[in-house]
Design a protein around this ligand. Structure first.
Ligand code: FE
Length: 136
């Protein structure tokens, strides 16, 4: 099901987000590897968008990619993330953003594990973790 789009002014985002969240989500920033809250986080639960709260990833699809960023082989719902071409840094990468608020999350690469073979490499600062009794 398509998600409801959320539009806010840059001033509203600056008020709502921490400086680090704003830099990642609204300015396509990247946190240094092995520094974020969730790269080594293994509890069962839901990772929501730090911008708008949309559920983005389940702990069920999280795996240790060795990269120092939280990595998932699939989103919790394919309609909850969108992608676009990113040609920055002199290479072609696929950028991943929240389908509702457009916040930049990270990138997706074709070197992930089964069943998808994809690696969603996501900034911790773009996520807020919500614990659950079991993986959703
Ligand atoms: Fe969002």
């Amino acid at each position: 099901m398509a998600v409801q789009k959320i539009t806010r002014t840059e001033g509203e985002w600056r008020r709502l987000l921490s400086p680090e969240q704003y830099r990642i989500l609204r300015e396509h920033g990247t946190e240094p590897a092995f520094t974020g809250a969730y790269w080594n986080h293994k509890e069962p639960g839901i990772y929501r968008c730090a911008g708008c709260g949309l559920p983005l990833f389940s702990s069920e699809a999280k795996y240790d990619s060795g990269t120092g960023w939280p990595s998932f082989y699939a989103p919790i719902d394919p309609a909850h993330v969108e992608t676009s071409d990113d040609y920055s840094l002199g290479m072609h990468r696929i950028e991943v953003h929240c389908a509702a608020c457009g916040g930049h999350l990270g990138h997706v690469f074709p070197d992930g594990p089964p069943p998808t073979g994809l690696r969603y490499c996501i900034n911790s600062a773009a996520l807020v973790f919500e614990p659950t009794d079991q993986a959703p």
